[in-house]
Write a protein that binds this ligand. Sequence first.
Ligand SMILES: Nc1nc2c(ncn2[C@@H]2O[C@H](COP(=O)(O)OP(=O)(O)O)[C@@H](O)[C@H]2O)c(=O)[nH]1
Ligand SMILES: [Mg+2]
Length: 436
Amino acid sequence: MGKQKAVSKDLTEKILRECHEIYTEGEDCLTNVADLLGEKLLAPRKKITVMLMGNHSAGKSSFINWYINENIQRTGVAIETQGFTIVTSGKKRETLSGNATVHLYPEFKPIMKIDGMANYIQTEITTSKAQQAELVHFIDTPGLVDGDMKYPFDVNEAILWTANMVDLILVFFDPIGQALCKRTLDVVEALSEKHHPKLRYFLSKADEAGDECDRQRVLMQIVQELCRRPSLNKTCFDMPTIFITEKKKSENTGLNQINKVCLEIEKTINMTIQTTLNTLESDCEKIAKNVEKAIETDDANRAQNLKNNARWIFYSAFLFLLPSLTFTNQIRSLLCSAPKDYPAFCDYLQFSERDPFLKLVHIFPSEMQNTVIKSLIFLWVLIFILYKFATRSKPTMPRQKKKELQRKSKHVIDNYLPKKESLYDKYLRESIEEEF
Ligand SMILES: Nc1nc2c(ncn2[C@@H]2O[C@H](COP(=O)(O)OP(=O)(O)O)[C@@H](O)[C@H]2O)c(=O)[nH]1
Ligand SMILES: [Mg+2]
């Protein structure tokens, strides 16, 4: 029987990195091939994004510091976090402003579009290798408070917006602070309507909740308050109690389930690996299919153009017959109008009576003939234009581009699909432990 096991950090990092490279590195990478087809492909991210939200002083920043085992974020009872901070790991310790953040991590560009956010977003890069820190971007959000507190931007809107691009949302409720803060509940309610599967609730700073009885009472109270909101009482939800051991206030702290938070992060990473590998496979197949389709369309267009050109030559012979007859007649009448010594070929050009154009014109009274000639010329030009439009050439690709597409498509199928298979194989072998 198979049993799910944690996949090593090295393998996880390798899978995400190699998948990212398949999309972005080298001339034959997937995004380049898609570009050639006029399509846009999004490269998979190398890290998952976890957003923390909750009341002011619920312990969000402290949790990030604990997870990465480094004091990056300022913590305290005063309102410390006014804007959004992205905490991520990199090669060296650094603090980046909003613009630099977007430059380094273009995936966060959408956040900057929120009104007034540009000055309230920063990135803290840590060198931490603790837990899964290298695979996670944390987004620390401003603590939410009720009342007159003025935020420099629409904080509810910003959190809701950011939620679109994160993989996991950790909601922290603390027992004494403002577990029942209206603003927090409003945001949680709005989040749960759109991002229900991403949300996880925790009772943070559980060591401050008193003894087991008190703690249960606090939990009951929060759950009761949450259930008052129609969109929140649909599912039964779990609310593990967590606290940071180093900060614990009392000895009588009961069960600390902080590992459940880590487990949720790990599960999200695993899900991301599977989704990335599946998307890689479907993107490769889609590209190969679209290249085939583009080449088929091009072949069909070429054949159609050839047919159209042949038709055009054939029909235009008819189309030009009438005016050329009249034209020759006009020349003849010019050259051969002198009764004497007209050129010898004039004898061969005696077909003025047979000129259908003039015959048609002569049907009309002489004062109308001018208008009839103009109308006929106009009609002829119109037919000419319409016909040319109907038989116009369809777009075709240069032969070189066609060859390049075929080569790239073969490269995708021959190299990327087997690579995906081997990565999946390694992943499954590590995550499923065979038991006999
Ligand atoms: N007793 C206890 N205090 C905590 C815990 N986590 C954070 N704190 C304290 O709570 C205060 C607010 O924490 P902070 O992380 O700044 O909260 P934030 O506003 O949600 O970011 C700080 O003084 C922390 O030291 C915990 O698990 N137990
Ligand atoms: Mg904070």
